[in-house]
Ligand binder design. Sequence first.
Ligand code: AMP
Length: 405
Amino acid sequence: MSVGHTGIRGAVLVLNAGSSSLKYQLVHPDTEVVSAEGLCERIGDLGSSITHEQNGTEVTEQIELPDHKTAFERVVALFAEGGIDLATAGLRAVGHRVVHGGRTFFMPTLVTEHVMSEIDRISTLAPLHNPANLIGMRAAGELLPDVPAVVVFDTAFFHGLPDAASTYAIDRGVATLHAIRRYGFHGTSHEYVSAKAAEFLGRPPTELNQIVLHLGNGASASAIRGGQPIDTSMGMTPLQGLVMGTRSGDIDPAVVIHLHRVAKLSAEQIDTLLNKQSGLKGLCGESDFRSVTQLIEQGDASAKLAYDVYVHRLRQYIGAYMLDLGRLDAIVFTAGVGENAAGLRADALAGLENFGIVIDPDRNAVRSKDPRRISADGGTVDVLVVPTNEELAIARQSAAVVAEA
Ligand code: AMP
């Protein structure tokens, strides 16, 4: 990463608090300049650490971080040591990424006590994530009380999914009572990337039908018609859909019952199995896509199977979304795997010439941080790689909310 140290006035501090981590970036929503960024890891655990980059210098310190508040206090101190007093720097906002907005939140929202208690109420839908997000909010509120705080929800972009796509075919009463429906996640990324793709193609988003493939440690696909999502692969939680680093994605729900009834696993154990020990990791022992690729090169049959299952699932979603959309203008790859794994991109779209989808091998091999087209001339579908930037998107949305307040 490369960060500078200019134009802090009006910047937004973007916070993404996980259950044991705190990721942050100080970015200016207008100039896009990143002044500093970092990551606190293993909060509340042994071996916690902070990596902080500011003024072009990266420091990593092993430091005891018993909770998020201590972590944020140390982050504020690291900023100060680098010459930025966050409390007086003229920040426009602190922008918090919140995973689950439930049925309540679908717009970026100013943080108030009421908003925090609502996010807390929704925590049953995201028991690992929303409580951590709240802790981050409280820590930032205490240390930077004069900076407006905004929450941006990962589910928001998918709020308007058509009922046919968002409804699970289970008892309506049970579903309604327990808020069980498909919410979709990675919304900030799907929204940002689809808008960038339209900009790159020089066409209004309202005219474009796109499939966006966000392939990182978590992975999701979406079908976007005229700027509005009409389907997405994640569901009530981020467990559904594509094969991921450690998450299973789609399985027969009866597997869960079987694991409980026959394998005698508890709900907690099944949760851990499907969220933390499945996906690529469950199939071949490695969750990192690069490690899986390395194992395949060494002839590892489990890694090859993991890759094949990953590609098979991905192609099924691409096929389904092509049909959903009717007419397809663009397929867009993003996130760690999507932006970097040229071989995966080629395999995901192999043999689709009859559908107007043809990847150009030379363009696909180019490595770049910029949006680019990797399809051959003459196909009817533009295949693009568009790097995602969730922090910038959160900073912009936060700044907009503060401007309107
Ligand atoms: P993200 O969650 O977006 O940070 O993506 C993380 C995933 O991207 C991990 O599985 C990485 O192995 C994968 N990734 C990052 N760089 C590369 C690369 N050069 N080639 C293949 N996969 C990569």
